[in-house]
Design a protein around this ligand. Sequence first.
Ligand code: SAH
Length: 386
Amino acid sequence: MTDGELTSIEMTGKKMNDKETTGKNMTDRTEPVSENEYPIAQIRQWIDRLEADHILPREQLVALLTYEQAECDVYLFERARHVRESVYGKAVYMRGLIEFTNYCKNDCYYCGIRRSAAGAERYRLSEEQILNCCKNGYELGFRTFVLQGGEDAYFTDERIVQIVRRIKECYPDCALTLSIGERERESYEAFFAAGADRYLLRHETADEAHYRLLHPPQLSLSHRKQCLRQLKAIGYQVGCGFMVGSPGQTPDCLVEDLLFIRELEPHMVGIGPFVPHHDTPFADKPQGGLELTLRLLAIIRLMQPHVLLPATTALGTIDPRGREKGILAGANVVMPNLSPGEVRKKYLLYDNKICTGDEAAECVNCLGKRIASTGYELVSDRGDYK
Ligand code: SAH
């Protein structure tokens, strides 16, 4: 088999998982699916090299994303756990997610709170409601709060600065993460000066053509990347990331994602499967695969040993033990929901999202047990990058 054949394998094709077959391709890159017949010994050698060098040539990265031998996953995940334990031991950090607005001016084709999602019942939390979430979370042991929302013009820089200040005044021992999309550099600087510690901004895909398939013309990959670089330069702990199995994604796209991560050297990487939302243009697209998501978690762990890597809610949504499996593939963070019960079902980025009916306390208890079942331990700690 030639490298050319290998790189053309469609990620959503038969080889990965029958359930993930798209049947229809949004790009014209697809060529007939060919077998990935590298010997197991060869794949193990590449895994070892990735662990030692933190990088591989493109075609070997593609091979790691497309091999068929499940026994190689066992080895890959074992190496990823070894690396994560050498940096973070058995600790799993928790971040309390506060979904404070589902208004959004953007219209990303995959997202359930996009501007055009007519069925989305819009809400905003007040400053007091947000502080109440933190209070509740603090009592449950959270030492990181993540404020996430759509791009909502109501939350001007002044309002965000005010909220950041109040949270940091009340909880000086906690880290505060913002995840509120693309803003001006001056805005990011103001939030940082007010006390924000971290910023999550998934790049979504590092492949230009794929970015265009997922976003309306107003948005650009270059601006997204520029924001990430600015955030890093300002001094935030920064997280990028992407969805696995989003429509039109190929192994080549994923290699671009891995190379972008390598270049940016973020402190955090958020990845989870794409899950369709009924009120979006991608309603009928297949969801991303569990195996591929786990494999990417492990590869990212080997590439960036110190990275803070969540086992995401989306992973828990596509498999009842998805988050536990994520931890066993090298993830070391979970992000339970601290949003008030009455708004949880409204922050529906994708269908069937788990834990929308639970209280925060139930989520923490349940997750604590789930993590313990993997041999790891959910801890109460800011969980900074080491
Ligand atoms: N407005 C913020 C937060 C976006 S929502 C921002 O722009 O960063 C957080 C993440 O949810 C997105 O970055 C996206 O990767 C993910 N997401 C959105 N829709 C999804 C879907 N249908 N399936 C899986 N993940 C999705």
